[in-house]
Design a protein around this ligand. Sequence first.
Ligand SMILES: O=C(CO)COP(=O)(O)O
Length: 214
Amino acid sequence: MFILINLKAYPRDPVAIAEAAADVDAETDATIAVAPQTADLAAVAETGVETWAQHVSPVGHGSHTGSSLAERAAEAGAAGTLLNHSERRLKLADIDGSLAAAERAGLDTVVCANNPDQVAAAAALGPDAVAVEPPELIGTGTPVSQADPDVVEDAVAAARAVDDAVDVYCGAGISTGEDVAAARDLGSTGVLLASGVAKADDPAAALRDLVTDV
Ligand SMILES: O=C(CO)COP(=O)(O)O
């Protein structure tokens, strides 16, 4: 399983969480990756943990003030990038442009989507993976794999029907090893989560719990 910890804009030390994630990654067959704020990419990558950007812009070098260049994310040590997260929605043309930018920079890509129809549309753009994250469950602590298992299974089927080379992940409310195992049993090969680690009293213990059954 691929387990991506999205630190969003939570007020936690990204390096401490990255170090804990690197330790747990070394103890398990799962791959644990951390997506910090853009300014923290290099420091997180230096811990040795697989590092992801939360977003990259659909542009290359040039006059694009305020952009997040895919090339700079890669140079800072990122291996991949989220795109179209529920909290960073993009127009269709921008998802396509950001995918092209990520591919030019050698970044892996996960395009997020609200539901199976959007998953199918996202899969048609040719990312490495798509992730279904029902917005109403994000941050609730109620795991999508329990609250809405059909949405995960339907997302897997929707992506398969378009392109069976695209991996399918799920996210929202995932916080325990049981949630990760349930996501896997529904056909997902990875999970995205944030508050289960970024708001935990003990992030290292939360990370260890995530991999108890992978
Ligand atoms: O948005 C998410 C991951 O990208 C999910 O957030 P929570 O894990 O806080 O529900």
